[in-house]
Design a protein around this ligand. Sequence first.
Ligand code: SAH
Ligand code: SF4
Ligand code: F3S
Length: 448
Amino acid sequence: MRNPKSFFIRTYGCQMNELDGDVMAGMLEKRGLQRTDSENDADLLLYNTCSVRDLAERKVMGKLGQLGRSKNRRSKIIGVTGCMANNKKNSLFKKIPHLDFVLGTNNIHQLGEILDDLLTKEEQQIKTDDRFSHELDYSLATRPDKYKAYVSIIRGCNKHCTYCIVPYTRGKEVSRPPESIVLECQQLVDQGYQEITLLGQNVNSYGKDTPETNCLFHDLLAKLDQINGLRRVRFMTSHPCDITPALMEAVRDLPSLCELIHFPMQAGSDRVLRKMHRIYTIGEYLEKIEQFRQIAPNVRLGTDIIVGFPTETDEDFEETYRLMEEIEYSLAFIFAYSPRKGTPATRWKDDIPEEVKQERLHRLLALQESINKKERESMLGETVEVLVEKRSRRDSQLLKGLTRCWKNVLFPGEDALLGTLQKVRLHSFTHSTFFAEKADENPMRLIG
Ligand code: SAH
Ligand code: SF4
Ligand code: F3S
């Protein structure tokens, strides 16, 4: 096996995985390897995987099987990182004999070590710890965007929803020290970043495992709001039970904190929620939404929904449908239930036929689309703030930006606006994009 000179990395799954992939890319570049976009040219191939649904895993297994059949594979080093590494561990070597190493989500800092071991010992390597330790140097991340960045604040999840593999692939909650987060955010701002998305499997559990720091999630948000030049803070994702009045007040009071909050319902029937072990009832959930909207009237909500959970009846599903109609989320991610080996939900038969799952999924997607269309219509004529990120790929006359509530906006403007916040007036939209024009700083001038 020869020392690799170039690498290719493909990441699947969530934003946390993307950030982990960016950190690994930075670690390899520091080692002197060159990144390439071509799997054929690279000496080292990294597949940074996701286990959340079966499809995510099948895609990677298909890819790896294909590589095993290709001719020049012996000259390449192939590694699996990410959630499948923790989920499947050694069994990956059985299924994919040409695999060289398996590196878990809590061992990313050992990427260099594993490559060294591989080169000296010439045998398959594996590291998959259950718990995260704070040895990862996030400052190495090669971030793809210039103005917005992900920052990890807590890893792991203690919740154990019965369908979910994440607690098994990421381990227990481990909060990052607040000083380290503030320092990284400050450094990012110094480099020109304006928007930061705080990441964690359950960000609003932040600080519960580290009472000595006396810094819960809303305290952290308040600290970040003090950073001069940090214009926007978002977070992904949260569990309804840990959304506290203090967090609602933070949305109302902190200018940097964006108003779109993920508040995943998962299912609309109490019976199903109980089986999912979501630890709230629909009554409690709706009460929290009501309270949130009262404290912070301009909050907008996002959700995740699973259809076809074991035993979900038509009536259970209609409850989900009705609640989505009632709540009118601004953003919804909707999934068909996918049984994950090792999770408690597999004790129940996956009894909802695939066609029924797909039909329910499509009904909710259509409902959400009509809600979003109504929302977009109601926003026409509004002046909103966008962070200007790049030129549109389709029309180079137009700049592309995101509103605080995650809507895509295109508007004509000069390069000098890149990386700035601009006020624009929304005048039309297509399926998922608004078109706008720059709003005059002081429109009264025109009239008076
Ligand atoms: N920590 C986040 C979710 C992480 S997984 C939270 O609690 O909201 C992202 C989403 O994938 C989940 O919210 C859920 O809707 C979905 N999901 C997780 N496991 C799934 C499974 N086995 N089948 C289908 N969807 C699943
Ligand atoms: Fe999974 Fe539930 Fe944890 Fe979210 S809160 S990561 S759905 S176990
Ligand atoms: Fe997937 Fe792991 Fe993220 S299972 S969704 S990559 S935490």
